[in-house]
Design a protein around this ligand. Structure first.
Ligand SMILES: C[C@H](O)[C@H](O)[C@H]1CNc2nc(N)[nH]c(=O)c2N1
Ligand SMILES: N[C@@H](Cc1ccccc1)C(=O)O
Ligand SMILES: [Fe+2]
Length: 295
């Protein structure tokens, strides 16, 4: 099954070939500034675009109870009106009061260094275009719905917001240590496809799960995928596929655990990970703690 969030840039391709293989990037990068941010041009959205956003939002909102973590459910209304693509500056006005973050428009996927640099400044890059009605169930690259609905609500959570900034700062360090691929896996298995264990059972916090119609049920309820306890080094050597539902997920017990696990200097972590074999997604190694799907 295809997930509806596919981030070709995880293959570390150069900005000019973002997306699938050598497909040109979809956005209009000519309007981007040096830091890859661009103004959100509200006039460019058609009524069909607003209708697509309204339909995607309504479908996901209905699914959240029992599947999305409570911090996400509590914050999703901060996106504003559910029936039109919101103005990024309106959300930033609320977000900056909550955690000092703001969202900035970008034409689409941007190079890793630029991405890390924006996160380190508490600026979250939000793609400014939306998928076509034909792509309602699956879009190759992250669009405004994935970035807003998937990523922005948890930026209102102070601990998760601190983790996201630390991730950006860490990414800049990782770039200098040629460890971007290891950090990409950390992003993938936490920010994009992370699960959290709660007294009520497993819940989703990853944006790629929360913005996906099908993967939200798959990740939390299906008996198919493996779900193992968060382990930083194990996660950094676990491969992933970027255009299908995940075969394996990692489970944290709190955002605090995630922040604390990434506080130490990663230099020895990168060295240790590089000495261990890569693992296919969905494999459980001896002694690893597995989680059962939510009831
Ligand atoms: C850092 C990580 O590897 C990841 O692929 C980055 C790269 N560039 C990006 N660019 C945008 N606009 N949005 C993203 O989520 C990402 N992800
Ligand atoms: N603390 C890590 C960087 C990092 C922080 C948070 C998330 C990811 C990476 C280091 O110093 O290398
Ligand atoms: Fe994303």
């Amino acid at each position: 099954m295809k997930n509806d969030f596919h981030d070709g840039v995880n293959k570390g391709v150069a900005p000019v070939t973002y997306g699938q293989g050598d497909r040109p990037p979809r956005g209009d990068y000519s309007r981007a500034r040096a830091d890859y941010s661009c103004e959100q041009d509200m006039a460019r959205y058609t009524e069909a675009d607003h209708e697509t956003y309204r339909r995607l939002y309504a479908r996901q909102l209905r699914q959240l109870p029992g599947l999305a973590c409570q911090a996400f459910i509590d914050a999703v209304e901060q996106l504003g009106a559910p029936d039109r693509i919101p103005r990024f500056s309106d959300i930033s006005a609320r977000l900056s009061k909550a955690t000092g973050w703001q969202i900035v428009g970008v034409p689409g996927l941007i190079p890793e260094e630029a991405f890390f640099a924006l996160l380190a400044q508490r600026k979250f890059p939000v793609t400014d275009w939306i998928r076509t009605p034909e792509e309602f169930d699956y879009v190759v690259e992250p669009d405004v719905f994935h970035d807003l609905f998937g990523h922005v609500p948890l930026l209102f959570n102070p601990v998760f917001a601190d983790y996201m900034q630390a991730y950006g700062a860490g990414g800049l360090k990782a770039s200098r240590l040629d460890a971007c691929e290891l950090l990409a896996r950390l992003y993938w298995y936490t920010v994009e496809f992370g699960l959290i264990d709660t007294p009520q059972g497993l819940r989703a916090y990853g944006a790629g799960i929360l913005s996906s119609a099908g993967e939200l049920r798959h990740a939390v309820l299906s008996p198919e995928p493996q779900r193992i306890a968060f382990d930083l080094q194990r996660l950094m050597r676990t491969l992933y596929k970027i255009d299908s539902y995940q075969a394996g997920y990692f489970v944290i017990d709190s955002f605090r655990q995630l922040f604390d696990a990434t506080a130490p200097d990663f230099t020895p972590v990168y060295a240790a990970v590089r000495q261990q074999p890569l693992v296919e997604a969905g494999i459980v190694l001896d002694g690893e703690r597995c989680f059962t799907p939510a009831g």
